[in-house]
Write a protein that binds this ligand. Sequence first.
Ligand code: GAP
Length: 456
Amino acid sequence: MAEVTLDEIVALCKRRGFIFPASEIYGGFRNTYDYGHYGVLLKNNVKNQWWRSMLQERDDIVALDSAIIQNPKVWEASGHLAGFTDPLVQCLGECKRRFREDDLREEQLGDENAEGEIRCPVCGGELSEPRRFNLMFETFVGPVQDESNKAYLRPETAQGIFINFKNVLSFARKKPPFGIAQIGKSFRNEITPGNFIFRTLEFEQMEMEYFVPPPEAGKWHEYWMEQRLAWYTDLGIRPDMLRLRAHGADELSHYSSATSDVEYDFPMGWSELEGIANRGDFDLTQHAKFSGEKLEYVDSGSGERYVPYVIEPAAGVDRAMLSFIIDAYDTEEVEGRQRTVLRLHPRLAPVKAAVLPLVNKDGQPEKAREIYEQLRELMSAEFDTGGSIGKRYRRQDEIGTPWGITVDHQTMDDDTVTLRDRDSLEQVRIPASELADELSRRLKEPWTSPKMGAPA
Ligand code: GAP
């Protein structure tokens, strides 16, 4: 099995309508992307699986959907106005481009904190002294564009959770440990966006803030590291492509006393998928100070009051999706022909079943459509009559459809169909009336990648 390059992933995503460069007819725009039909379906499945693990499979977490544009004081209190910055250097030579100093130190000296000379990677020119650059996008609310109307697009969803702590406590009847989960768009004016959808200016986050009694913070931090790693492997990522990496003291964000990243072995090397941080009582204390509201938990029985500590698993939807696509990408030779296949976990696959008439006559399209209309009540399905059966299967393989159902001349006699498995290519014949039960059963089964154990 071949190692996949990012270029191959980008090409597949474009070819099969997962992801397109944004503003493409105008030449694109700074590494931004639009999601097409299958991209939307896959992304929704990633988010649904996260919600499932946070809400449906437990009873200590509630959901929230907070505003993107909040009162600017939120970002003062959170420390983002003062501290959410990257070190920016500009080329003083020919090209005048701008770069993140820490990235260049990592690339040229092996460590983002290493001392020593760095040069412009494009033209070799000298670089300016670094200056701090705030990553928040600014906007103005109302018709007058002055300081008093300045607001920010949120750079993380987390703060929307902290500022709603009191609201949630008052209706949810929860006591620590309990969590508040949110999925939504965040925005960062990244100096060097890149690596396809890995780092972009706008992206979706899946964040959960888990409020715990302070003495239990260490235990819950360990717990969430395990849970989050298992989420990726349960959804088919090969365990040897994942690792947990604890941040060194010099890497920690201003709010964190300990953070570990879940990293994936992307084509560009090990990189962060998700951070799991112990934020202590930093955020609730800051918002209490800036807002004047008491943000603490009061036990109605004992009267005990305290500010909970927070354990935060913070994942990126787009990055998770990229890792699922990369891990699933495979090519192989079948009967002398090359096939590309996305071996996605069936629960993530954009389309679960494709119903294909073998030929476009003899009542087969009508029969196939009838089966498709029954199946789509249960799961995302497609009906496809265009092109040879081989071509239709290649298309379904490339979008990761786990099951293909072919209606042929025998179907018209005995109402059976062939059921093809994307990974093993095994075909079984079953009565059409049993399809719904069979596919529902298969969807619930645990699944491991057929690429497991093979070189990445
Ligand atoms: N609330 C904590 C927080 O936002 P983070 O590590 O800055 O932590 C969490 O972000 C996750 O959001 C990252 O692990 C990554 O998956 C995703 N993410 C962050 N910046 C991103 C960007 N520019 N493009 C795509 N995803 C990004």
